[in-house]
Design a protein around this ligand. Structure first.
Ligand code: FAQ
Length: 311
């Protein structure tokens, strides 16, 4: 009795086998992976911009070296993820085009400005903190190249998170003005960091199917709760206050209860109307256009080498 390709695929997923690039997969599985992996890659690349803004103004040599390394890691993650995405049969050029024309999304969080040095601490602590919570389950996602990429990415994110938390810790025990900077950054980045983990499960259109395919291992709300439970004690430890009057430990559930997230703000940012959407996209488009001569020169050189070999 012959089984359909789809049945064989479903059984492989049920057995927790990895799906590899040359394996048969449903078209929707392929498409949804291209969507998520490419948006993840774009987020890493656009995510370099808010922090890049502070490299030349880092308060010390040591801080500058760490920030430079972190931003370089993000470039690496982006390129790594674009490669994983290409194994699904889409070209790098198409992926860039989707970003540059606004067709593909990238994480909402990178549309907020970095106005003080403390924002660099808040990004590492909160944004990388949320990214790790989201990405650790992705290390066991069903698509092989994505899962393997996530292992290395998570290790680097954990350094990023500590780098940010250490900045916040230093500011929090500094002068009253420095502590105020840290508190102000936490006030501005807290809610957008919660939004980063995506809409509520009730509003999330992709979660159900992605959970079935083991692309996602945890839902948006589960990850958000985990992030809050992990981060609140870290804020307490350095004497900063989470800007949520409704935040309260719940003995019964063993989790923090928290206030209402402004989903209207989230969707505005996702639709392109956040504080820095235009600036971020134009920075990427300009980088692409200004790099054209470099790409052309590299191609001309490669072709020349090829013709030499043929002779
Ligand atoms: N921003 O049905 P769902 C980093 C969209 S970490 C913008 O729940 P899904 C490291 C979603 O695409 C940040 N759009 O979707 C770093 C969908 O629209 P579509 C990147 C969002 O995919 C740190 C619609 O809403 N991490 O870069 C957002 O099941 C510091 C419905 O949503 C990843 O990408 C959002 N926040 O769940 C770098 C991780 N949330 O596509 C520099 C991998 C949702 O139909 C500095 N991705 N949308 O047009 C994921 O885990 C998932 O894709 C979620 C969304 C959880 C983000």
């Amino acid at each position: 009795q012959s089984r359909s390709l789809e049945e064989i695929f479903d059984q492989r997923i049920a057995r927790d086998e990895k799906i590899e690039p040359r394996d048969w997969m449903p078209e929707k599985y392929r498409k949804t992976h291209i969507r998520q992996i490419s948006q993840h890659a774009h987020s890493e690349i656009v995510g370099m911009l808010p922090e890049g803004n502070w490299i030349s103004r880092a308060p010390s040599m040591r801080r500058k070296v760490a920030l430079l390394a972190k931003v370089q890691d993000e470039a690496g993650h982006g390129l790594y993820l674009y490669s994983a995405c290409e194994t699904l049969g889409i070209s790098r050029d198409e992926l860039y085009e989707q970003l540059h024309t606004g067709k593909a999304k990238y994480s909402s969080i990178f549309n907020y400005p970095t106005i003080t040095w403390a924002d660099i601490g808040a990004i590492g602590w909160l944004v990388d903190g949320a990214a790790i919570i989201n990405q650790v389950p992705l290390c066991s996602t069903s698509y092989g190249p994505y899962a393997r990429a996530m292992v290395r990415v998570c290790k680097e994110e954990s350094f990023h998170q500590r780098q940010g938390y250490e900045i916040m810790m230093t500011l929090a025990k500094g002068t009253p003005e420095q502590k105020e900077l840290a508190q102000d950054a936490l006030n501005r980045w807290w809610w957008p960091s919660l939004m980063m983990l995506g809409p509520t499960d009730a509003e999330s259109v992709h979660t159900e199917q992605s959970m079935k395919w083991k692309l996602k291992r945890k839902t948006n709300d589960e990850l958000r709760q985990q992030f809050i439970d992990q981060t609140v004690p870290q804020a307490d430890l350095i004497g900063l206050a989470i800007p949520d009057p409704e935040l309260k430990w719940n003995e019964e559930t063993g989790h923090y209860d928290f206030g209402e997230i402004d989903w209207d703000e989230f969707w505005q940012v996702v639709k392109g109307h956040g504080p820095c959407n235009k600036e971020r996209l134009s920075a990427r488009v300009n980088a692409w256009e200004e790099g054209e001569w470099v790409r052309d020169a590299a191609m001309a050189y490669a072709e020349k080498q090829d013709t030499k070999k043929l002779k």
